[in-house]
Design a protein around this ligand. Structure first.
Ligand code: PXP
Length: 254
């Protein structure tokens, strides 16, 4: 089964906030980043409010939400299952919530939620049920690996969620290393059939680039991609020369 729809692109703008936080300045402005992405066709803005607040801040969630609302596009809030972040999500009412594992020591979200662990499974189940009850208009996605044991646990959670987002980090790294991708693609096909059989949406994210996304687009199985680090990295080089040229022109006029 493949999807004939054009997949949606969610742009993760966390790393605009990473740059801002590095200097403690008010720029680069996260609201402008969301606006530019939406003006250029992004289907959704994704932000991750981490417990350590290393990039996105509480006030960003509200202000980015106002921009997405203005454009009539969804705000996708990635979050761990901690009580304090849950309270913020309940107050903000994002269009989508993507539950992710969170570990303060990690550089980024290094794997999917381990819902095969009974404690984690119960926690995720309780959080999803609470969101479904209190935020009936918010759709819920689980960031997971695509192995069969994880998929079997998704079956049990399916009534309380709307989608899964497959962690594509290992696929993306194998792509960059030139390794064989066939096992990943086969596993994604199996996962797609399983997830669509449950009536859920099938999303992808993590580590993807303009090149590594191509085999996934060709497979026509993912309905949504959430991409951040590569987009912001590319944006630096697509614009660095222009910014230097403009500043040099300004200096030359004096
Ligand atoms: N999707 C989820 C659930 C994530 O946690 C992340 C990273 O924050 C992304 C997508 C985007 O990953 P990347 O920045 O590597 O494109």
């Amino acid at each position: 089964m493949s999807t004939s729809m054009i997949p949606r692109l969610g742009v993760n703008i966390d790393h605009v906030a990473t740059l801002r936080q590095a200097r403690g300045e008010s720029y680069p402005n996260i609201v402008d980043a969301a606006r530019v992405c939406l003006e250029q066709g992004a289907d959704q803005i994704t932000i991750h409010l981490r417990e350590d607040r290393r990039h996105i801040q509480d006030t960003d969630v509200e202000s980015v939400g106002l921009v997405t609302k203005k454009f009539g596009k969804p705000l996708n809030l990635e979050m761990g299952c901690s009580d304090s972040i849950i309270e913020i999500a309940l107050a903000i009412v994002p269009d989508w919530i993507c539950l992710v594992p969170e570990n303060r020591q990690e550089k980024t979200t290094e794997g999917g939620l381990d819902i095969t662990n009974e404690t984690n499974y119960q926690r995720v189940m309780n959080v999803c049920q609470r969101f479904k009850k209190i935020l009936p208009t918010t759709r819920i996605s689980l960031f997971i690996e695509s192995d069969q044991t994880t998929l079997d646990h998704v079956t049990l959670l399916a009534p309380s969620i709307d989608a899964v987002e497959i962690h594509t980090g290992r696929f993306a790294r194998d792509f960059i290393s030139g390794n064989d991708l066939r096992d990943h693609l086969r596993q994604y096909q199996v996962a797609h059939s399983h997830i669509k059989g449950l009536g859920l949406s099938f999303h992808a994210g993590h580590g993807l680039t303009g090149e590594s996304i191509i085999p996934l687009l060709e497979a026509k199985i993912f309905e949504e991609y959430n991409i951040g680090h590569w987009i912001i990295s590319e944006a630096v080089f697509k614009s660095l020369g222009i910014v230097v040229r403009d500043l040099k022109n300004l200096i030359n006029r004096y």
